[in-house]
Design a protein around this ligand. Structure first.
Ligand SMILES: [Zn+2]
Length: 119
């Protein structure tokens, strides 16, 4: 699977209505676009069980993405830069927990071998 066919979730700044269930999602809605269906809310897109992992922790993000069978990139339009900017990732909760545990172990192992902990 390449980066291009990853599921993308957009944080909309306009009033949005889901094309499938017709629900008014208001402004700041999280929607995903499907070629054949239009704009969908996360529950119609079957993504509402995923949890949001904000961008920033690269190691955690990479690990969670690898462990999650389903993940989506979250993008928000930046008015200042006039382009979509990556806000983070939607991943399965178990994958995030497993990734966090793995990262904690890494920190622990690192600290045992004499390095100081970052946090
Ligand atoms: Zn919907």
């Amino acid at each position: 699977m390449t980066q291009d066919n990853a599921i993308k979730v957009f944080i909309s700044h306009r009033e949005s209505i889901c094309d499938e269930c017709g629900e008014n999602l208001g402004t700041k809605a999280w929607i995903t676009l499907r070629e054949d269906k239009g704009a969908l809310c996360l529950s119609c897109a079957d993504l509402d069980h995923l949890v949001f992992l904000p961008a920033g922790d690269t190691a955690l993000t990479r690990r969670a993405k690898k462990l999650s069978t389903l993940s989506a990139v979250v993008l928000e339009w930046s008015r200042a830069r006039k382009r979509y900017e990556r806000q983070g990732l939607l991943v399965e909760e178990e994958a995030l927990q497993a990734a966090e545990a793995a990262c904690l172990q890494l920190v622990f192992r690192t600290s045992r071998t004499g390095f100081t902990m970052v946090r």
